[in-house]
Write a protein that binds this ligand. Sequence first.
Ligand code: NZQ
Ligand code: ZN
Length: 385
Amino acid sequence: MLNFEYSNPTRIVFGRDRISRLDRLIPADARVLVLYGGGSAKKHGTLDRVRQALGDRYVIEFGGIEPNPRYSTLMRAVEAVRREGIDFLLAVGGGSVMDGTKFIGLAAKYEGNGEDILFSRAKPVRLTGALPLGTVVTLPATGSEMNSGGVISHQAGKYVFSHPLVYPQFSILDPTLTFTLPPTQVANGIIDTFIHTVEQYVTVPAEGRFQDRTAEGILRTLIEIGKTTLDNPTDYDARANLMWCATNALNGLIGAGVPQDWSTHMIGHELTAMFGIDHAKTLAIVQPAAWTVRAREKREKLLQYGERVWDLKEGTEDERIAAAIARTRAFFEELGVATRLTAYGVTADRIDDLIQALEAHGMTALGENREITLEVSRKILETAL
Ligand code: NZQ
Ligand code: ZN
């Protein structure tokens, strides 16, 4: 097992009818900015319940944070924070609203250009403050509710940032708030959670037995409840299990002390930036192709994945690996998500553009061993056609 430090300060408040807990979780004298997306939280009554729980605190709202939140939108919220003397941020939504809120929290306390935060992976920047924030989750998928990261769209790219100051102080996870999700977003949530898990698990062996067994538990749970929660959106227990899996797939627990490979996410981000394909759908396209191309490097973990997650015990090693990849693809397809680039209208002639974008964003040495060069990414994209 590799060395690690692990700390996660986010309080999780899980279950039905927990929005009223906001009154205790947010200081009584806080000046609160409630952030939300394109209107689902308003339409389905979640915002009204939040407002009621906040009582007579000073509260203003900022709506219109789009999926794959845009820097320019978020900077408008930063202006509102400064103008109104806001000292607490409350995100009500999915990953886009939560990520956007984290960014706003950092940018509001940063005196330089907000773009510096976006580019901080490539060019580190000293961030010394952030507004405290909490979340009310309406879409189980990204794990943003219990981690310190975010992804912001700007110009032709998606930029990942992270900082310990933006762990939410608390997150309210009420599965019933997700009952209104359209099926395609539920499928996205299952797949995003699945891929977060395998990007920290299907790498190379590292004797992280707890991490492996926990990852396998998440994957098997998703396989058990995936179709059920898609077909029966108000089945509370199925949705509750999806929600808790999503949070635990990306809160640092299963990734501590083991190698990680975020190449599927990084290639996927270019597909979203260039073609507007939903985040999770890009992952469903890239992951099976990436495993096919890198079956040799990931051999041992792919065999373990096949055996422990899909019960594949018969046949040669190559047959079992091929079957594990095929079962994964079939699972995504059964959730109604296509796994080929061409199904989204992306043809071979666009691969050059994608490779150029990866290069422009510095994504030239990806994977657990940093051996995914642009040439390997090209093979992965060709295999995904
Ligand atoms: O905008 P509204 O009207 O609220 O509608 C949203 C949006 O259209 C809708 N929705 C959310 N909750 C709903 C609902 N509709 C009905 N009922 C509800 N209860 O769902 C749509 C998608 O929402 P979005 O927040 O964009 O989806 P998701 O949670 O999948 O977030 C995707 C974003 O998270 C980033 C992605 O890159 C992408 O920008 N990620 C963040 C990560 C992190 N912070 O750790 C990791 C992930 O890998 C991911 O990259
Ligand atoms: Zn993701």
